[in-house]
Design a protein around this ligand. Structure first.
Ligand code: G3H
Ligand code: ZN
Length: 287
């Protein structure tokens, strides 16, 4: 079916108490993996591309690949811009065919984040495209030990009252909140601030988005959804599975020169991660 927006998809997830996966892709095999699993699981799905993915694959290629894949399926697929830190990037994506946007002004002072998010919302809403925006700052796993990184992130957690004002002032459609995860975690050590999620959920009413969810174990995912998360983003786990399998195949078949024999198994490995996450998010069977 043609691409859909994230608006109805996330409202349904919020009303029924599950989360839709926002899975990142930057090449053909991962796009196929995400959409094939969505079809097999009968799950609505959000395929997202970051600015880095767009730079790598090319805007038109991403849109074309996802459109073709979505048209071959019978489940709802949305194409979402992930962490668009630039107003013009949001416009370009919308023009190219993205059906959901994110403006990430989390590193800006509150008032500037409000002003730019509002501007993106006004532009996108004029043509029915929903916008996700970020409050607090979701950091990145860097050189620190996991425990240290998570402690440092605490300083940038979303403040519930500020989240409320942010939603009211911008008119955004879904809210990414810094509440205990950081991006790029290869081990599941994140501990969600559940009371904070519940408070934000109560004050804002919009669907909430959990970023950096590769760092959450199954128990944290379950608690996060129960507390009000309606979209959960996964990138690192897919990359890890894809590259691990690539390495294994190359080790086993060092003389192989057919990319299909290397990337085919890598795609299958990515599919298993995506399937497992969808089942834990509760979106399997919800299409
Ligand atoms: O925006 C993308 C996600 O938040 C992905 O996070 O790489 O830690 O899974 P992750
Ligand atoms: Zn993110």
């Amino acid at each position: 079916m043609p691409l859909v927006t994230t608006k109805e998809m996330l409202k349904k997830a919020q009303a029924e108490g599950y989360a839709v996966g926002g899975f990142n892709a930057n090449n053909l095999e991962i796009v196929q993996a995400i959409i094939e699993v969505a079809e097999e699981e009968r799950a609505p799905v959000i395929l997202q591309a970051s600015q880095g993915a767009i730079k790598y694959a090319g805007l038109e290629y991403i849109v074309a690949m996802v459109r073709v894949a979505a048209e071959k399926t019978t489940v709802p697929v949305a194409l979402h811009l992930d962490h668009g830190t630039d107003y013009l990037q949001n416009i370009k994506c919308m023009r190219a065919g993205f059906t959901s946007l994110m403006f990430d002004g989390s590193k800006l002072p509150f008032d500037e984040n409000v002003a730019l998010t509002k501007k993106v919302c006004e532009m996108a809403h004029a043509v029915g495209i929903p916008v996700e925006a970020e409050i607090g700052q979701i950091g990145k796993a860097g050189g620190d030990e996991p425990g240290v990184a998570i402690e440092k992130a605490r300083e940038f957690y979303a403040k519930p009252e500020e989240a409320k004002r942010f939603v009211e002032l911008t008119g955004l459609d879904s809210l990414a909140t810094a509440i205990g995860t950081i991006h790029g975690c290869r081990t599941p050590f994140a501990k969600l601030d559940i009371p904070r999620i519940k408070k934000i959920r109560e004050l804002t009413k919009v669907p909430l988005v959990l970023h950096g969810a590769s760092g959450c174990n199954d128990e944290e995912i379950k608690k996060g959804i129960a507390a009000g998360m309606s979209k959960i983003n996964i990138d690192t786990r897919i990359r890890m599975a894809f590259v691990k399998k690539t390495r294994e195949v190359l080790k086993e078949l060092p003389d192989e020169i057919d990319p299909r024999k290397i990337l085919g198994p890598a795609k299958e490995a990515a599919k298993e991660v995506i399937r497992d996450r969808m089942r834990h998010f509760g979106c399997s069977g919800k299409a």
